[in-house]
Structures are given as C-alpha cells and as structure tokens.
Design a protein. Structure first.
Length: 423
C-alpha cells in the first residue's frame, strides 16, 4: 500500500490515513514501493487506457483498484513547437506543453482524478476545496461524474466568470466568500480537520501524484530525453512540488539520465515564493495578493516547504513577472494559435526574462507549461484588446460596421494598411 509520510522526517504519522483530508494539517507525501522492472516501454499509450494520467498508474497509485478510478480521460495534452514563440523568447529549443486541453480546461484534472478516486475509496462522504476557480471547476466535474457532493469556496471578487459558471453548471455547492483565496483556504482546511469533508486542494498528497504525470507525459513525448528547463506558473506551489517529485522518481527508476532545472514564475503582486527564493529560502512571508492572473493570485502558498525541496534539488530558479509582462506574453501565445489564460502565460513571460538575463542559454531546450485554456478568462482577454487594461502593444480590436459591402471593404483596407490594424 502507498504510505503517507512527513517529507521532513520521513516518518508516517499515525493520525493520518489513506483517505486523507480530515486528520492532519501537516503537508505529507505519498511514498510508493514501485513494481520491479519498470521501463520506458511500460508506459506506452494503449487503447485500453484513454487517460494520460492512469497510463502511468504504476507511478501514481499502483494499488488502487481500476473499478475505483474516477476518470474523464484526462491528460494526453499536446506538446507544441511554435516558430513565433521561439523567436519572441530567443529560445530556438522552446516547446509548449498545453494543459488547457484537459477535460475542464486546466491541469487540475490530472490531480483531481487521483485525489477524488482515493477520497471516495477511503469512504469520504463529501468533497471540498478552496479555489481561485480552476480547482473548483475540476472538483465539481469529477464529483458530479462520481455522483458525490462537492463544496467549493471561491473568492467573491476575483473568480473569473467562466470558472464560476463551470462549478455551478457541474452541480457543486458554491460558496462565494467575502475574502481572498487564502481566507477561503483557512476555512475549508478547518472543515477538513473537523472531519466534515475530504480536502481536495493541492495540500492533498494524492493531487500531487496526478500532477506528476505532466512531467512523465512530457518526457515520454520527448522520447525520454529530458529538456534543460521546465518553466511553469506558480501560485499554491502544487505543480512545483509535483514536478520535483516526478523528476526524482524518474531518475531513480532510470527513465531519464539527467534532471531538468525547474523555473517557477509568479506574478509580481503575488510573489511570496520568489521573495523567499531571493533570500535563500530563509522563510515565507505571506502577502496580500494582487494580480490580474487570478489563477495564481495566492499570497500564502500551501505547498511552500515541498516546493523549496524541488527548486533546491533541481538547481532551479524562482522569479516574478509584472502583469504587463504577463499580458504581452499572453498576446504572443494567443497569436501563435495556442491561447491560454493569463496565469498560464506567466510561464512564457518568465522564460523570456530568464533568456534575456542569460540564465537560460539559447542553445538549451525549454518546455513551458501552460496550465489553463484561453476560455478560462475571456473577460481579461477582451479587456486587453479593447484597451481597458492600459497600453496594449498587441491589441486586436474588433469593429462594428453596417451590413454594407463597400463599408466592409473600406474597413478591411484600413485594417491592412501599413502602420494600422493588428500589431
């Protein structure tokens, strides 16, 4: 059976059980005894297993009965190469791993399939989370698919309407808290501690097991030739934790010969991890988060200590980018035909900044992880292109015209004129 251990001591707390969520405030890791003889070929895609998470079941949760798995065929997300993004970043070896192609439009589905399956198998009666939006949408969908009640707490003022709509449409009990994410997180953690619900945030170690498969799948898509860097957005730091754990395990199993460096990118208005990194990780000072990248608008990241281990083990970097840099990066990602929500594009903005600083060499291979679909936050996209977010260097404004052929021809001609129209 998998064991839950304290990552700092290596001990298995007796008050914690495999259903998780009601027994401890401690951050825990799942430790497996992996089957012998695993090779790269052990994880080749199969028509019998449509999930890109459960294809790696032997690395994620080898003991869970297949009949207990709650899945929406998550994973199997594309790895793109874009000439325009390579040029914009000055990184010819750049690739884009787009997690927005998951069932509910974000990477959260990878962790949710594992955590929901484990919670239900452990006897949970209700599932709950705090969320900036994507976790809520994912939990609501997986709970609905399994026929279980879901309770989600969302910040009233900073949840994108599309994410709120998803949680409501999937049937979750939605509570909009008059406070920020960190406030909602404290409340739902207390509910879990009291035993009222199973906690499905990234503090749940089985979420991390599912999110590891972003890295396993990426490595498989690269024929198990590890890139030099993996760059990703960082909010609650679950992915930073998961990516470090995946690389640790992949190296120990002989699936890779070298370990990529991790680069965690935060928004300047929500950058407690970056500030701690700059001080040598002496402590975490929480902040009141302010950024238009709502998916990473978190001032008290839960997975801090585990994320520190990931950065240290991979000789990684943590940096912050401004909202303006995020918006420009988003416009570039969108115009490449890939599209992503603002928080996702912090990763591309960070890769550009690391290249300009000379930290990433132009000859190095880089994978940027986009975590959410462009339709996760259409309001911000429209506000940028309509000039409602300040100077928009890549603005692409729509025009209202009369249903007249000559007027439409004039509009098209003006749009294509030198110095006019699209940037």
């Amino acid at each position: 059976m998998p064991r839950l251990i304290d990552p700092d001591t290596g001990l298995s707390p007796t008050e914690v059980t495999l259903d998780y969520g009601a027994h401890s405030h401690a951050l825990l890791d799942v430790e497996h005894d992996f089957p012998q003889g695993l090779t790269r070929q052990s994880f080749d895609p199969s028509s019998d297993q449509p999930s890109g998470v459960w294809r790696f079941a032997q690395l994620v949760d080898p003991e869970l009965d297949p009949d207990q798995i709650v899945t929406l065929a998550e994973g199997n997300t594309p790895l793109y190469r874009s000439e325009s993004l390579c040029a914009a970043s000055l990184l010819p070896g750049l690739r884009i791993k787009h997690e927005g192609h998951n069932p509910t439009g974000s990477f959260k589905d990878r962790g949710m399939t594992v955590a929901v399956s484990r919670a239900i198998a452990g006897g949970a009666k209700a599932l709950a989370c705090a969320s900036t939006g994507n976790t809520a949408a994912s939990l609501a969908a997986y709970a609905a698919h399994a026929g279980y009640p879901a309770i989600v707490l969302l910040p009233e003022a900073s949840t994108a309407s599309s994410k709120l709509a998803q949680a409501i449409a999937y049937g979750a009990r939605v509570l909009r808290v008059r406070g920020d994410f960190d406030c909602a997180m404290k409340i739902v953690a207390e509910l879990a501690f009291r035993g009222d619900v199973a906690l499905l945030n990234s503090a749940n170690p089985f979420r991390i097991e599912g999110q590891k498969t972003i890295v396993f799948e990426m490595l498989q898509q690269l024929n198990w030739q590890a890139p030099d860097w993996i760059v990703f957005p960082a909010g609650n730091l679950g992915n930073c934790t998961a990516f470090g754990k995946a690389l640790r395990e992949a190296l120990a199993l002989g699936l890779i010969d070298s370990v990529p460096r991790l680069a965690a990118v935060q928004a300047e208005g929500a950058a407690p991890f970056a500030a701690s990194f700059a001080r040598g990780f002496d402590r975490l000072d929480t902040v009141h988060a302010e950024t238009l990248a709502t998916a990473i608008k978190i001032g008290a990241p839960v997975s801090f200590s585990r994320a520190v281990r990931s950065i240290r083990e991979t000789r990684g970097e943590v940096l912050a980018v401004s909202d303006e840099e995020i918006l420009v990066a988003k416009a570039e990602v969108d115009r490449a035909g890939l599209g992503a929500e603002p928080a996702s594009c912090a990763a591309f903005a960070g890769a550009k900044k690391l290249a300009l600083r000379g930290i990433i060499d132009p000859e190095e291979t880089v994978v940027c992880v986009l975590t959410g679909h462009i339709l996760k936050d259409p309001d911000t996209t429209l506000a940028y292109h309509e000039g409602r977010l300040g100077e928009a260097s890549h603005a692409n404004q729509s025009r209202i015209v009369e249903p007249d052929l000559s007027e439409i021809q004039r509009a098209v001609a003006e749009w294509d004129a030198p110095g006019r129209g699209n940037a």
